[in-house]
Each structure stands twice: as C-alpha cells, then as structure tokens.
Design a protein around this ligand. Structure first.
Ligand SMILES: [Zn+2]
Length: 414
C-alpha cells in the first residue's frame, strides 16, 4: 500500500492548487479543477461508483457497502484539494527522505532553511520513517494532499478487498477550504451521508472534535478629507488616524493571537486599507465559548462607540457577521462519531489524543448543518510554510484508521 500511496501523494502535490480569496469563482482557482479531474479518472479506474464532479468543483464518489446488514449509517470522508494561499505553492518539488535517521534536514533551494527537532519536535518520532518535504521555496501541500492521497488509497483498499465489511461510504473532495468556503456550495442532499469525517489533522492518534467559534468584524471609518495645507481651518478628520487609534485600543495583552494559547480566544485585525477619507479594518474574532465570543464583539463595538464619541464628525460603521461555531456544541449531545473514531485509533495500537483546534474546519459548518464531522489525523506537520513535512508511514496509518472506522460503524449500530 505504501508505494502506491506515496506515488499518489507525490503526483498530487505537484499540481498547483492554491486557493485565492480575491476570486469570486468556485473553485477560486482553475488548478483545483485540474486536480479534481485527475482524481475523478483515478477513482473511476479503481471502480468507485457514482463518481461526479459538480460544476462548482466538488468531487464525490461512492464505495458500495460490503455488509448486508440493514441500517448501517452512510459514512462520508472529506479532504480538500486546495492549498493555503499564505506561502507559494507553485512548482512544488517534493523530496523523499527514505529511512530518516534523525538530525537536521536541509533544503536544496534555500540553504538557510533547516528542519530539525527544534522547529518540529514531532521529528523525534519519525526516526526510520520515509519523510517527504518540499525543496525550500514552496510549501509541500500535505495540507491537504495527504488527506486526498489517503482517501484515494482508502478507495483502492476497500474496492480490492470486499471481505473488509463496511456500509456505504461516500468520498468528497472539496475546493477552497483554506479560504473558508469549503462547504459553501456543497449540496448535502447530494452527498447523502449520516456522519462524516475530514482527513485534515496532524500527528497519528489526534482526533479533533472541538474548534473555535468565529465571527468576522468589518469597521468602516469615514472621515473628512481636505487639502492638508488647510486641514486645521477646514476641519480635516483623518480616517487613517482614527483607524490607527482603534487598532491601538485593542486589548493586545489578553486578546491577540500573539499573546494567547490553548483555550483563550482573540481579536485579530487581518487587513487594513483606505485613506484619509475612508478606511476599512477587517478583524476576526475567535473563542471556544459563545459568551467569550460575545464579549469580544462587545469590545469591538465599545471601541467604535468610543471613537464616535471622541470624533462626532466621523462616520463609523461596525458590521459583525457569524462565520462558524464550535462543533463540540453539537457533538457533545451525541458522541458516537467521536467514539467510533477513538475505537478506530485504538485498533491501530495508538492512544486517541483529543485536540481542540484553534481555528475552524469544514467540519465546523457541516456539524452545525446537521452532519456531525470530527477531524482525523493525516500525519501532516508544519503546514502552510516551507518546513512542511509528512511521513509516508503515518499516512498509511491514516488509511488503516479509515478502514477500521468504516468497519466500526457496521459492528456497533445505533
Ligand atoms: Zn487543511
């Protein structure tokens, strides 16, 4: 299995699929469709059923049930085909480091870079494994091509071994996860699953069933523009100065991403643009709990009120919109999807590790929409940068986890 899995992974990471939040299209970039078409024909060749690529760029397929038992829930597995826009994903040149012996890994295209246990403590567990990295100038794209290669290999494994018992399995490859649109145009009736898992997590054993709850704020400041030479007499009100004042008033010590960790939330200005007449600040608000998130909305709203009071001639608008909610609010009411995942991880001889994600997943929104969807490990590390790496043996474990999970839903019916 490992050779085919590695071959798939190496081919997929060489297809450029970075998503782009400035594009209104779905998928946001054409490269994602190139990979989807490639996957479509591979799944067809493997003998998967109902292989469909929708006009919006969602690829779905079925692995028919091998168990005749009635009432087995349909399990869907998800992976996203796009890579993060944060760092170049063009001309990825994957390098395989066979039988890694510990010690620093260097990169041919950027000799200043070093990957070692200091930058990646998990390397300590990777001795003897076959690692894959990029060459120094790009990310690798294991996030989430590892998930993609795992799912195609899962299809291969299940279709070749009808003795492995499972119910109906649905595979879904989504575009634009990294720009938060991964499930925007997904038709859940077409997917037709009872429970789902994203293959988009980190080290072996990790199960994520808790994410941030998230809102986005946009503050628009309209000032009064005059010629700067007559600014005092004509009453200039600089939107730039007011925007700077607002940003400076944010509680940086307790409430910025740079100063928080674990279960603490934050307010994070992500973009500021504009001029004297009009400036716009975009912020993201994050917290695990709804009251913590509400408190952060209050902070932003109060700061805007303060700015209005201090400068009545300016017009200040604060718009806050919901992004996604912590999947744990729903999963805690029925932990079966997590319990099955834990039993699958234990069947590999690993101890399940619960990890709350300081971010969101496609599963956050799927779970809220009624399709429970924890996130499973793939083996990816140091994602979104040039030091990204993955071990082939860990991806192989992830395939076995999915086989065990599919089987687990047969044996333990609701
Ligand atoms: Zn991802």
């Amino acid at each position: 299995m490992a050779a085919k899995l590695l071959d798939r992974f190496l081919r997929y990471v060489q297809v450029e699929t970075q998503s782009d939040d400035r594009s209104p299209n779905c998928p946001s970039t054409p490269g994602q469709l190139n990979l989807q078409r490639m996957l479509k024909s591979e799944l067809e060749q493997l003998g998967a059923a109902d292989v469909i690529l929708t006009p919006e760029g969602y690829l779905m397929a079925t692995i028919p049930a091998t168990s005749k038992r009635q009432g087995i829930p349909t399990v869907a597995f998800f992976a996203h085909v796009d890579t993060a826009p944060d760092f170049s994903g063009r001309n990825v040149k994957p390098i395989v480091h066979r039988n890694y012996q510990g010690g620093p890994i260097r990169f041919p295209d950027d000799p200043r870079l070093v990957l070692d246990a200091k930058s990646a403590p998990d390397l300590l567990h990777a001795k003897g494994k076959d690692l894959v990295t990029a060459s120094g100038t790009t990310l690798l794209g294991a996030d989430d091509k590892a998930g993609v290669a795992i799912l195609v290999t899962l299809a291969d494994t299940l279709l070749r071994n009808p003795k492995l018992k499972h119910g109906k399995i649905r595979l879904c490859f989504t575009p634009d996860e990294e720009i938060g649109r991964g499930v925007d145009r997904l038709n859940l009736q077409q997917l037709n699953a009872d429970v789902a898992y994203t293959l988009d997590g980190g080290p072996p054993g990790e199960i994520c069933w808790e994410t941030f709850s998230a809102d986005a704020a946009e503050v628009t400041i309209e000032g009064v523009s005059t010629h700067p030479g007559e600014a005092r007499s004509k009453g200039m009100v600089s939107a730039i100065q007011l925007a700077a004042k607002l940003i400076n008033s944010l509680p940086r010590e307790q409430c910025a991403p740079e100063s928080t960790s674990d279960r603490e939330g934050f307010i994070h200005p992500t973009r500021i643009e504009g001029g004297v007449e009009r400036s716009v600040i975009k912020m993201i608000l994050r917290d695990f709990e709804l009251d913590g998130l509400a408190a952060k909305r209050k902070i932003v709203q109060r700061l805007c009120e303060g700015l209005r009071a201090a400068e009545p001639r300016a017009r200040i608008r604060c718009q806050i919109r919901k992004q996604y909610r912590n999947m744990a609010y729903w999963l805690r009411q029925n932990m079966q999807p997590v319990d099955h995942a834990r039993s699958a991880v234990r069947s590999l001889g690993l101890e399940p590790i619960d990890r709350a994600i300081r971010g969101g997943t496609d599963g956050s929104r799927l779970t809220e929409k009624g399709l429970p969807c924890p996130n499973l490990f793939t083996g990816m590390h140091n994602i979104h940068g040039p030091l990204e790496w993955v071990a082939v043996q860990d991806m192989e474990l992830a395939v076995k986890q999915c086989v065990a999970l599919a089987h687990s839903w047969v044996t333990k019916l609701r």
